[in-house]
Write a protein that binds this ligand. Sequence first.
Ligand code: PLP
Length: 371
Amino acid sequence: MGIGDGTLAVGAGRPEAENYAPSLPGPVFASHFHLAGEASGPYTYGRDTNPTWTLLEGAIGELEGGAEVVSFSSGMAAVSAVLLSQVRVGDVVVMPGDCYQVTRVLKERLESYGAVVRMAPTAGDAQIALVGGARLVWLESPSNPGLDVCDIARVVEAAHAAGALVAVDNTLATPLGQRPLDLGADFSVASDTKALSGHGDLLIGHVATRDPELAEAVRFWRKTVGAIPGPMEAWLAHRSLATLQLRLERQAANALAVAEALRGRVSGLRYPGLPDDPAHAVAARQMRRFGCVVSFTLPSEEAAERFLGSLRLVMQATSFGAVHSSAERRGRWGGDAVEPGFVRFSAGIEDTQDLVADVLQALPSPSPRER
Ligand SMILES: *Cc1c(COP(=O)(O)O)cnc(C)c1O
């Protein structure tokens, strides 16, 4: 029997007890370290290594179920590190057509480097049909913002049989919600800007893998592009992990309560934790928590803007996963195939009854015809 997630999160990456030392040493600010003689040792230059990253990477490695972790300055730095360090001229990459919109922008970058990019939707494991001859299969499950899910183990099996590596963007779930490496993936990648750090006050990301050579390739990529996290951000992220299980529990409970309150009042309601959601069966098999994001559609852009403007406890902002609930009309960015009234709602840690009451008061009252 392993320890519980709360116990794991609160102690993750903390050094052995030592008298007069803090339980989590503060951020180490150093561009270079004392280094007389030989040019080797654990800490040499601040773009290569930093003791604050070492502790954070150890902690996230524990949450991932045991893995080498390389932390980055943002989620996109982590995503790019895998895609751009692994793919060469002529390689085939399979990507989800409905993944995070900035990841999708990398399609053109990869093509400009001579790679071939094939795309298929997340739902229904559609990427399996495209894995023949691929070097890398990129998954995002649940997808942002559509909240579709694929059967990760099933896609991994098909991809590995075809000789391809698999990377999963696990941002939405976090490692306490889903462990891609345990499902067979080669890389688990995330924007820890979102639920993992969870306070909406920093950007950071990571890549986790159990293959030392892949870890080394990603670490070398970080060194050469310099996409390193600041020590302060790394320390804040590590400090935030202590409450990860508590936050995720409340956020998932709030998301489910909001989704249930919205049932019948909106169209296109999606939350993988809803028993009748199209993704629920697969999600329940591979996820331990269903996350904090609910998506739905109101009849028009105006209706969605009115709803957002009427919320009192929910900040209007992009991003998700923070302790404060937030929501936005996703179509305002123009990059996602969503309707004008599509809302992405991120449940925070407010009291459930307060959050549900706020959402209900902000909804348009049903028209007489609908009543
Ligand atoms: C936000 C996000 C990213 C990018 O992360 P940043 O920290 O903003 O760079 C990547 N993937 C997913 C699924 C995201 O939601």
